[in-house]
Design a binder for this molecule. Structure first.
Ligand SMILES: O=C(O)CCC(=O)C(=O)O
Length: 244
């Protein structure tokens, strides 16, 4: 799906399937700027509340300990904040949410070769937004496919309530609980090119498998938003970010 799609098409697909892919919303230089900044942040080894990385020797063979995901980089980095508030994202959020959005979190995933995935879940299990679902903006900073652990979605599962989370296989997933997708949903791998952005609904079942590639990272910058008229959300995500 292309950034040139009409707003009504974008909204229709989001409502029907629970996600919509916007091709090449960002250019390669824009992606590279964000990657360069993340490399600079990572070189600090540890930023309280954001990430703590260890050396290869200390990692016990877990690449995610060397390249852990960065939580809320927008709280320590102006460029990450600029992307959270990026006008191209905010304009599309307005279409998808029928109104204004508020920023709740950012994350930067390196997903290095050999890294575990994140088993199936719904984001609102964590964000607990009421009365409407939260929305993720998942931006590809590499070309992403099955081999390097691309995102898997279950189209239409956005109509489900929050489902039960059960213990899962932590040799494959860095999280220890997951939902079992109901039988009527069929998994779909979203192949993405660097600069593509996937919006998805907070009740959509999604996740990823390990990065099986020998040398390809799967870098992504992820933002979560809620409608400005939300009456509740998980206050653990405070402080929220007003986008204007
Ligand atoms: O990027 C991934 O592999 C999973 C990310 C995800 O599921 C999320 O941010 O909720």
């Amino acid at each position: 799906m292309s950034a040139r799609l009409m707003p009504t098409d974008i909204k229709h697909q989001y409502q029907n399937d629970g996600y919509v892919l916007i091709k090449k919303l960002f250019s390669e230089p824009e992606c590279d700027e964000l990657i360069d900044r993340s490399v600079t942040l990572h070189s600090r080894k540890s930023i309280p509340g954001c990430f703590h990385s260890v050396s290869e020797l200390e990692s016990d063979g877990d690449p995610l300990r060397i390249y852990p995901r960065m939580m809320h980089p927008h709280r320590v980095d102006d460029l990450s904040l600029r992307f959270l508030k990026h006008p191209r994202i905010v304009e599309l959020l307005r279409v998808l949410l029928d109104g204004e959005a508020i920023g709740l979190q950012t994350m930067f995933y390196w997903k290095p070769p050999g890294a575990r995935g994140q088993d199936f879940h719904q984001d609102d299990y964590y964000l607990r937004t009421e009365p409407n679902a939260c929305i993720a903006a998942w931006m590809a900073l590499d070309n992403i496919d099955e081999e390097n652990g691309g995102l898997i979605v279950f189209p239409g599962s956005n109509t489900e309530d929050i489902l039960e989370m059960c213990p899962t296989d932590t040799s494959q997933s860095f999280t220890d609980a997951a939902v079992k997708p109901p039988d009527q949903y069929v998994e779909h791998l979203v192949e993405m090119e660097k600069g593509d952005l996937l919006f998805f609904h907070g009740r959509l079942i999604h996740g990823s498998r390990p990065n099986r590639s020998g040398a390809r990272f799967r870098k992504t910058f992820i933002c979560h938003y809620i409608s400005a008229d939300s009456t509740n959300y998980n206050k653990g995500y405070d402080p929220i970010v007003h986008l204007n």
